[in-house]
Unconditional design. Structure first.
Ligand code: T3D
Length: 264
């Protein structure tokens, strides 16, 4: 039987999803897309799952599209709009809107769509030896998987253009310095740190965190007026969760809150 191209490990309150095509630096093929989509859907459907770690097996995080599936004769170009529409765009939308925090644990090189899928995660940790490469320009393509939207917002116009047009590798430390990622950590400490964060999120008010993600995403396009209205609505929703009541009770009892992460 063929080895799974995505491996899922369930931990107490969270799941670890590992891209598993290490001989191709975990590049995406259709099978891996399918397995990843399933892994994310199953995590979402499991009420006990309150955080997700996305990482890669071997020395890479993900090298983007598997280019061995893209070798073609002149005049027989693959329809890349269709693969973005069917595979990459739904993946990025799913990660961004997932009802739990997603931690990208970037264990090695993240290139092409692999870099942008990593950057779509809520908290991006990277091993100090990891690199981010907007490799698209090297093969005549446009940064996808949300790259052209995320990069200028994360690092500003000048750096976004440099990264996208030059396709040079950016070290994890520089990525942290530029605000592209949350933190660069020693290679040996990466997964411990990712597990520490996921275990923390597994005890947190999951619905409130999901609404916070929603508000921050909407802020990218809303004006202040629209954002104030949205905050009003989302706060109303957060205020009706049992975790809010528990948070206030715990505050006055001077004890740590016991959040359930449930809606009602
Ligand atoms: O197509 C569509 O549907 C549209 C969507 C596109 C999304 C995209 O992601 S397009 C961009 C595709 N990705 C790339 O262009 C990156 C290609 N890879 C690289 O530039 C380099 O491999 C890296 C910078 C990622 C790492 O370099 P390095 O020197 O550390 O490793 P390497 O020796 O280049 O790669 C190791 C092996 O992985 C090697 O195989 P081998 O020689 O040991 O048998 C290499 O061919 C393979 N590999 C790496 N990336 C890919 C890959 N094989 C297939 N597809 C890859 N993307």
């Amino acid at each position: 039987m063929a080895e799974a191209s995505v491996v899922v490990e369930a931990r107490a309150g969270y799941r670890v999803v590992t891209l598993n095509r290490p001989d191709r630096l975990n590049a995406f093929n259709e099978a891996m897309h399918g397995e990843l989509r399933r892994a994310v859907e199953e995590a979402d459907a499991d009420e006990a799952c309150r955080a997700l770690i996305l990482t890669g097996a071997g020395r890479g995080f993900c090298a983007g599209q598997d280019l061995s599936d893209r070798v073609f004769e002149e005049g027989k170009a693959p329809d890349l709009s269709s693969t973005l529409e069917r595979l990459y765009n739904p993946l990025v939308r799913r990660i961004r809107s997932l009802r739990m925090p997603v931690i990208g644990a970037v264990n090695g090189v993240a290139a092409g769509a692999g870099a942008n899928v990593a950057l779509a995660c809520d908290i991006v940790l990277a091993a100090r030896s990891a690199k981010f490469v907007q490799a698209f320009a090297r093969i005549g393509l446009v940064p996808d998987s949300g790259g052209t939207w995320l990069l200028p917002r994360l690092v500003g116009r000048a750096r976004a253009r440099g990264l996208a047009l030059l396709a040079e590798p950016l070290t994890a430390e520089r990525a942290e310095e530029w605000g592209l990622i949350w933190k660069a950590v020693d290679d040996a400490a990466l997964m411990d740190e990712a597990h520490r964060l996921a275990a923390h999120f597994a005890t947190q008010p999951t619905v409130g965190l999901a609404l916070t993600k929603q508000a921050l995403d909407a802020a990218e396009t809303n004006d202040l007026d629209a954002q104030l209205d949205l905050e009003r609505d989302l706060q109303g929703e957060a205020g009706r969760t049992p975790d809010y009541a528990e948070g206030v009770r715990a505050f006055f009892a001077k004890r740590p809150p016991a959040f359930t992460g449930r809606r009602g």
